[in-house]
Design a protein around this ligand. Structure first.
Ligand code: NAD
Ligand code: UDP
Length: 345
């Protein structure tokens, strides 16, 4: 299949490109490089030993999106492109709604016009809101989210259901990711956050490599095993494999839309992640326990049974694997894709 990967220069998209090529697919990337470096494409071409066509434009531009579909034969789309920082989305909600919704609308319209009906969409565990029973199961309703970012995912899920309902030619996979971490085992591609990382694993990695002094642990008084929050961390390599499995599945499916959780089914606490990273890196991670972060839930993880059964997919990497691969990427690329950057931004 010739697969268009939107956001293919980003963290999860880049790892999925490698998996797609390994599975025999042709890949075309579209990315506006708003949150990615062009250098990732060189690394991808070296890793895959293929030439990867890249369209560098913003998907909210309907005309350019239309032109892409007119100029390339696209059989399926994996739609990663989007803004994803929860805190930032509270500050600039209109940018989040506009970017995430309009890019999806212009893709859907262009796909429909050009007879492309296979779509894999990046959703998130955030759509389960604050009250879903743990472990999270796909049929839980109503979807809700506590941030504008999360609400773009809820809204897009509803848009996709409505579109699939009225036009059953669609074959749509909605994938709800839990907490993606880790990096490709080659150490050549990985997560490259701009500025201060919002997420736990990249922050720990930057402390380990000496870019930041100490980690702040947001609360140790939760009703969990050690008092710190528990999340379902999933290796980005497992996540990438889940996309290839979903693409295969929708190609054979009779239903226009289906949702799958991509998680391990296990919760890991903040302190457990710190200790796993210390084992993987051989470095000590200094930390201070500080106040809870507003909006954090104590503990949640996926029920991955549906993906295990229907996609024939299962997460195989442990938290130690996730930390080891994150550490290889971070220690070999202390400044991410900006090799020549000064020690700190
Ligand atoms: P990322 O920022 O690394 O990748 C997204 C890519 O999309 C970037 O390269 C960015 O430049 C590009 N992009 C954004 N808006 C665009 C637009 N309008 N036109 C063209 N390109 C655009 O993020 P990621 O971590 O790889 O996440 C990929 C997807 O998965 C996102 O939709 C995100 O919301 C979702 N997701 C991520 C996580 C996570 O923790 N990383 C969790 C759940 C869901
Ligand atoms: N966390 C933390 N310090 C940090 C970043 C995160 O203690 O600097 C905690 C956070 O409170 C949460 C967990 O680590 O319990 C995972 O946070 P992350 O932002 O990575 O994912 P999310 O909470 O969005 O699932």
């Amino acid at each position: 299949m010739r697969v268009l990967v939107s956001g293919g220069a980003g963290y999860i998209g880049s790892h999925t490109v490698v998996r797609l090529v390994a599975a025999g697919h042709d890949v075309v990337v579209v990315d506006n490089f708003g949150n990615a470096k062009p250098a990732v494409i060189d690394r991808l071409e070296a890793l895959t030993e293929t030439n990867i066509p890249v369209h560098a434009f913003d998907l909210t531009d309907k005309d350019k999106t239309e032109h892409l579909f007119a100029s390339e034969q696209i059989d399926a789309v994996i739609h990663f492109a989007g803004l994803k920082a929860v805190g930032e989305s509270v500050q600039i909600p209109l940018d989040y709604y506009q970017n995430n919704l309009e890019s999806t609308f212009s893709l859907l319209r262009a796909m429909r016009r050009h007879g492309c009906s296979s779509l894999v969409f990046s959703s998130s565990a955030t759509v389960y809101g604050d009250n879903a029973p743990v472990p999270y199961q796909e049929d839980y309703e109503p979807l809700s989210a506590a941030s504008p970012y999360g609400r773009t995912k809820v809204m897009i899920e509803h848009v996709l259901r409505d579109v699939a309902h009225i036009d059953p030619v669609w074959r749509i996979a909605v994938l709800r990711y839990f907490n993606p971490v880790g990096a490709h085992p080659s150490g050549t591609i990985g997560e490259d956050p701009q500025g201060i990382p919002n997420n736990l694993m990249p922050f720990i990695a930057q402390v380990a490599v000496g870019k930041r002094d100490r980690l702040q642990v947001f609360g140790a008084d939760y009703p969990t095993t050690d008092g710190t929050c528990e999340r379902d961390y999933i290796h980005v390599e497992d996540l990438a494999a889940g996309h290839v499995a979903a693409l295969n599945r929708i190609a054979m499916s009779n239903s226009p839309i289906r949702t799958w959780n991509l998680g391990t089914g296990t919760g890991t606490s903040v302190l457990e992640v710190i200790h796993a990273f210390e084992r993987a890196s051989g470095r000590t991670i200094p930390y201070d326990v500080v106040a809870r972060r507003a909006g954090d839930l104590p503990a949640y993880w996926a029920d991955p049974a549906r993906a295990n059964e229907e996609l024939g997919w299962r997460a195989t990497h442990t938290i130690d694997d996730m930390c080891a691969d994150t550490w290889r990427w971070q220690s070999e690329n202390p400044h991410g894709y900006e090799d020549a950057a000064p020690p700190d931004e």
